[in-house]
Design a protein around this ligand. Structure first.
Ligand code: F6P
Length: 364
């Protein structure tokens, strides 16, 4: 008998079900004596012992369904040391509930915060296998996370959809995209959607540089511009602030987010009309795109094999088209950011897209 726990933690994405299905089908197929217990709402289910014995049929028909059949919740790593309502220790409770079911291992699907806790549980002696989920694509040591390409489809489509109306009305559109502290989603969507300016957290922007890019287009007869802006993009003057402090300043000035501040500044400086579009959580919804379905299935199947082979303490990762295993200790607490000196950034600049940090050589 092989007893496997499973949970999905943190923000959801379109591809969690596809990945769980990959694990489950592999296990049921190669080890028909497998029992899978699903913990509900992520680590919360593990803390409260809230689980259900899954049936193989639970994993059928979910390949194309977004969200997660197990539910998810955010249980920040930094709050793991805070006691539960009844005073008990969260980590101790999670360990107890794992042993109460006599589990052989626990499969954890999640992003960065999730991996910190996964590593902690592994260090405490639980048999952990993890899978890299997030639309942000910011997990260390995997080329790609599942969820990213599906979100990219939504984000690029949002840019496509504003293109025509931007042109009709000679407006500047700022499309604010998710991605938390990194710019992968915005960079890819910006390139895919033919944006004129791409602003990401890794490259703090200057207003004058953004204005120059817009004015240059106007001078060349293109009276509209599209800015793909990451939710975490930051102007140079605020680059040293913590995220919390930056958000506080924006809110104090009456801006819900950075794109509203930039929009206002553009209108004031050059008088061109600006509209803000925020696709928000639509980027995490809908059906997973085929590429995501394939990598989630492969990563899931690999995780199933790891379990059968007794290889624990690893995340399944994508490395140059191959699926490999990476020790959790190497992943936890690290962020995969866009390298401002990378090829993709150089190519973005080469085709004339502004990243908001170019030298200003023209009068605005
Ligand atoms: O990490 C995924 C993500 O969608 C980020 O891009 C975004 O900043 C955050 O989650 C939103 O979180 P929530 O769903 O808790 O509002």
């Amino acid at each position: 008998m092989l007893k496997v726990g499973m949970l999905t933690s943190g923000g959801d994405c379109q591809t969690l079900n596809a990945a769980m299905r990959g694990v489950a089908k592999t296990l049921y197929n190669l080890r028909p004596d497998t029992m899978i217990y699903g913990f509900l709402d992520g680590y919360k289910g593990l803390m409260y012992g809230d689980s259900k014995l899954m049936d193989p049929s639970d994993f059928s028909g979910i390949l194309t369904v977004g969200g997660t059949i197990l539910g998810s919740s955010r249980q920040p790593f930094k709050k793991m040391s805070e006691p539960m309502e009844d005073g008990s220790d969260k980590v101790t409770r999670m360990i107890e509930n794992y042993h109460a079911l006599n589990l052989d291992c626990l499969v954890i699907l999640g992003g960065n915060g999730t991996h910190k806790t996964a590593n902690l549980l592994s260090q405490k002696g639980l048999n952990i296998v993890s899978l890299p989920k997030t639309i942000d694509n910011d997990i260390y040591m995997t080329d790609m996370t599942f969820g990213f390409h599906s979100a990219l489809g939504v984000a690029a489509n949002a840019i496509d959809c504003v293109h025509t109306t931007a042109a009709s009305h000679d407006r500047v559109f700022i499309v604010e995209l998710m991605g938390h502290k990194v710019g992968w989603l915005t960079l890819y969507a910006g390139i895919a959607g033919g944006s004129d300016i791409i602003l990401i957290p890794e490259i703090p922007y200057r207003l004058d540089s953004v204005l120059q890019a817009i004015v240059r287009r106007v001078k060349s007869g293109k009276r509209f511009s599209i800015i793909a802006m990451a939710e975490g993009a930051v102007p140079e003057e605020f680059a040293d602030l913590s995220n919390k402090e930056y958000t506080k300043r924006l809110r104090a000035a009456g801006y819900p987010s950075a794109s509203y501040m930039l929009g206002n500044q553009i209108e004031e400086a050059i008088g061109q009309e600006v509209r803000i579009v925020v696709p928000g959580h639509t980027q995490r919804g809908g059906s997973p795109v085929p590429y995501d379905r394939v990598i989630a299935t492969r990563l899931g199947a690999y995780a199933g094999r790891m379990i059968i082979n007794g290889q624990f303490g690893y995340m399944a990762a994508l490395d140059n088209q191959k699926i490999v295993k990476i020790p959790l200790s190497k992943v936890a607490g690290k962020l995969k950011k866009v390298d401002p000196k990378s090829d993709i950034i150089r190519q973005t600049r080469d085709i004339g897209i502004s990243l908001g940090d170019e030298e200003v050589t023209e009068e605005i």
